[in-house]
Structures are given as C-alpha cells and as structure tokens.
Design a protein around this ligand. Structure first.
Ligand code: ADP
Ligand code: GLC
Length: 478
C-alpha cells in the first residue's frame, strides 16, 4: 500500500505543533504494517536547504502566480516531495505567519498550491513510477487535495483520507476566491466547501475525502456536538461511519528517557531525580519545593492557560512549583513572566520555542499540566507518561483517552497513571492541583503512578494498524 501524505509541517524539519510530530512519525510507524508513505511538504527555505539537490519530478509554469518544481529526495528516513515555489514559500517567518505575527496574506493560495500538487502527484504518479493508492491530507492546509483529486480525475483510482488535528483552524477564504483557487463552482454549497458564506479548506477536506478521522476517539465524538464542533458538527455527523477517531502515538525512540541526549538519561525514578535537580538548578527553582509542575505548550485559550493563571496562587500556597515553556498570546506571556518575577524559586518561565529545553523540563518535572478546554489528542501528556512525570489533565478529547485517572478503583487496582479534572473550570483545576499536592505527600502512591505511566504504551503500534485499515478502506483497489 502506497500513501502520499500532504502536510504543511513535519518534524524534525519544521514544526509549530503536534501536527508536525504526527506527520514526521507516521512514515516510520506505518512501515511495520506494510504501508509505504511519502510526504509532500512546502519548500520552506529550511526544508530546501536540508534536501540539497533533490530529483525534479514535476514542473508547472504558473501555479498561483509563478513557476514551480517538485523535487523528490530523502531527508533522514523521510521520503519527501518538496514543492519548490519561490513566490509562495521563500520567506522569513513562520510557515503560516509573517514575523509580525499576522497570517501571510496569501495563505489560501500557498496551501491551495500544495493541495494542487498533491492531486497531480496522485493523478500522474506514473511519471516517476510511484503512484499512491491513497492520499492522506492533514488539516485545512491539506484540505483542498480531495477536491482537486476529483477535478483532475484522480479520485477514480486513488482514495483519500483527511485528518482533523484541530477544528479551530478552518482555512477560510472569501467566496470571490472560488475561481482563483481553481475550485468547482458547484461545490460552493453547504454540502461542499461553503462555510458561513466563505470557502473553508477544512470543510472541503471533510466533505470530499472518502474517509475522515481525528486524532482521538473521544474528540471524534465531541466534534459531533455543537459545543465542540465549531460549526462542523452537522457535516461530521453526516459522514456517519466515514468519520472516526484514531489516537496519536509518539516517537518512542526520540522521547525515551533511557536514551534522550538532551538530558542525563535515566531508566528508573532514581535517575529522574538527577534530571529534576538539574532542572531546578537551571531554572533557579527551590529543589526542596514540590510538586514541581511543568508545562510545555502554546499559550492560548485552547490550552486553558487563563485557568492555570487563576489556579497558580493556590498551587504556590501549597508549596507547589511551576516551570513553564511556551509562547503565543502576548497577554499570557506577560502574566506568566510576572508570576515568575513575583515568585522566585517557585515559578520559572521561559517564553519561546526550545526543543532541547522542552526535554529537560519534561524529564525534570514531577507532574505535567495540560488543562485544555479542548484537546484533539495532545502529545505532552504522553511524553509525561514516558518520563515518569505525572499528567494532570482536563477530561476532554485525547486527554481523556490517554490517562487512567486516580480513583478509588484505580487506586485499589494500582493502575492509575495520572489525575483528571473537568475541563474549562479554574476551580476544577485547583481541586486537581490540591489532589496532586495530597498524593505528593504519599511517596509510595506517587511513585506507583509514575511507574505505571512509564510502562503505559504510548507508541504508534495500535494506531498504525488502524491507519492501515483506514487506507485499505479508502483505496480503490485492495
Ligand atoms: P498542539 O499541536 O495543539 O500545540 P500537542 O500537544 O499535540 O499540541 O503538540 C505540541 C508539540 O509542540 C509537542 O511536541 C510539544 O512538546 C511542542 N511544543 C509546544 N510548545 C513548545 C515550546 N515552546 N518549545 C518546544 N516545544 C514545544
Ligand atoms: C493539534 C491538536 C493536538 C494534537 C495535534 C496532533 O495541533 O491541538 O491536540 O495532538 O494536533 O494531532
């Protein structure tokens, strides 16, 4: 089975969030279940540099305002098609936003171009001898691919899968862009890619793909409700059995405390104590305090950062500590920096994106907090499990599917891996942090929860098989 993945970011090359981790991990994870995956990505300067020469497999004289070529090559273990389009991607700044933080003005064209090439590769794969059985598009940036596959006739022979990593990013463009984006006018309706009077690339992917999934079973159920569906609930209900949830895994070789090169590696909790001591020293936190709660996150409303700010004084009053790494909303950045200034030794904050530091923080913490309002899957709680850093999470989406909360039953059965609280409530978070402080005072119980987490499977084994089955169901031939 050959699958072409269409993704706007891919770890370790370019990453703004978990989508990159998933796009980067899937090819290796799928190898074991007989799926050969190649990934089409935009030719951001960083990716082109890492690719070097590449082999030209496709050209287009005018794709949304300029000539482009598609290069094929390997970077590490990843087999990539790179869309080299200077007028769309040769820019300083992020994959979606300019250095001033505003979205690029031409994002609709930038990712329509990616999808167009995805559909062409599906259609004309024979040009270079690799034709996918299925195209797997991610989020709104890949959402137009199934529409173009239909337009170009590829959908007769090639199946399509669309994964929703986050419903909040809808990829909208003005209705006057239908022709400009090479979309079929007859698709501009409620059953197609129209969304409240605009074009939505996410809606396009949902409506046109053969199979749609999101990244956890609970989030799949939540998305079918008005509370979580953000206007897509009806469309997703309409997909019926063609909309499912498949839980994300993590790359257990890269996120492995026993081999992690960013820390002094450890296999058992005694070793973890060293990582904790190192983190306290680096971040000037009082090593006698605790529990040391850590956060590695985008600082946004989705992630419940306002709730954490609300709960923080109570955590500190109980002797708990916070070490946070993140960036995003300027208001949250300032408030957390203020909290650090006001609570030396108890609160440490780093604003920015720092991969090695994220490992040191996750390894050094006693607990990892993920108080999200909604969370399609979430990855940092999985890192927490693996590193013996007890997840304290909101009971929503993938957070509900990955943590076994401490209850009377799980305490007796000795199977708990973390703590859970109701989402969207500062009081519920305070209660969970109080519970954390209580069990912190019971070292035996605390260590048992840590050990349970370290043993809990967080890899791709189960989900890779589920993706393989989904591709099989979407493919035109078996
Ligand atoms: P989302 O994709 O919604 O941001 P996930 O939990 O799925 O949430 O994935 C976030 C990924 O980004 C994780 O791999 C996390 O470690 C990483 N990450 C988030 N913020 C930072 C940061 N400031 N520095 C380093 N890594 C970060
Ligand atoms: C999104 C979600 C996150 C998920 C990630 C990877 O960014 O917010 O919950 O883990 O995608 O699927």
């Amino acid at each position: 089975m050959k699958v072409l993945s269409v993704a706007s970011e891919i770890a370790p090359l370019i990453k703004t969030g978990g989508l990159a981790d998933v796009a980067g991990a899937l090819p290796a994870a799928l190898k074991g279940v007989g799926v050969e995956m190649r990934t089409l990505v935009p030719g951001y300067p960083k990716i082109l540099k890492a690719l070097g020469e590449g082999r030209q497999v496709m050209t287009d004289g005018d794709l949304f305002g300029g000539p482009v070529q598609v290069l094929f090559g390997k970077i590490g273990e990843l087999e990539l098609y790179v869309l080299d389009a200077s007028h769309l991607y040769y820019r300083d700044g992020g994959p979606y936003a300019a250095p001033d933080g505003f979205d690029w003005w031409d994002n609709p064209e930038r990712f329509a171009a990616l999808c167009w090439i995805g559909a062409r590769l599906a259609n004309e794969g024979q040009i270079h001898g690799w034709k996918p059985d299925v195209v797997h598009a991610h989020d709104w940036q890949g959402g137009l691919t199934p529409v173009y596959m239909q337009r170009l006739g590829a959908s007769h022979t090639v199946g399509s899968v669309m994964t929703i990593h986050n419903i909040a990013f809808t990829g909208t463009a003005g209705a006057d862009m239908v022709h400009r984006l090479r979309l079929p006018m007859e698709g501009y309706n409620a059953g197609g890619f129209e969304f409240y009077g605009r074009i939505s690339a996410l809606k396009a992917g949902i409506a046109y793909a053969d199979k749609v999934n999101t990244v956890s079973p609970t989030y799949a159920e939540e998305l079918k409700t008005p509370e979580f569906g953000m206007g897509f609930d009806g469309t997703l209900q309409f997909k019926g059995e063609n909309f499912t949830g498949i839980l994300n895994g993590i790359d257990t070789d890269y996120w492995d405390p026993a081999t992690d090169t960013h820390i002094e590696s450890y296999k058992v909790l005694r070793g973890k104590a060293k990582a904790r001591a190192a983190l306290c020293e680096e971040m000037r936190l009082d090593p006698e305090g605790g529990p040391l709660c850590v956060v590695v996150s985008r600082l946004t409303d989705q992630k419940g950062m306002d709730l954490l700010l609300q709960a923080l004084p109570r955590l500190i009053a109980r002797g708990g500590q916070l070490c946070l790494l993140g960036s995003g909303n300027a208001y949250f950045e300032e408030r957390f920096l203020e909290a650090a200034a006001e609570n030396p030794g108890q609160v440490a904050v780093r604003i920015g994106y720092d991969e090695p530091l994220s490992h040191r923080i996750i390894a050094g913490g006693d607990a990892i907090l993920v108080p999200s309002r909604f969370e399609p899957c979430g990855l940092t709680q999985l890192y927490g499990l693996r590193y013996g850093t007890v997840p304290v999470v909101a009971k929503t989406g993938g957070l509900a599917d990955t943590i076994i909360p401490l209850t009377v039953a799980t305490k007796i059965g000795k199977v708990a891996t973390g703590l859970q609280h109701a989402p969207g409530s500062g009081d519920a978070l305070v209660a969970a942090l109080n519970e954390l402080c209580d069990i912190w005072d019971e070292p035996k119980l605390y260590q048992q929860i840590q050990r349970n987490g370290m043993k809990h499977p967080v890899g791709w084994e189960v989900s890779a098989a589920e993706y393989a089955a989904l591709y099989k169901a979407a493919a035109r031939t078996s």
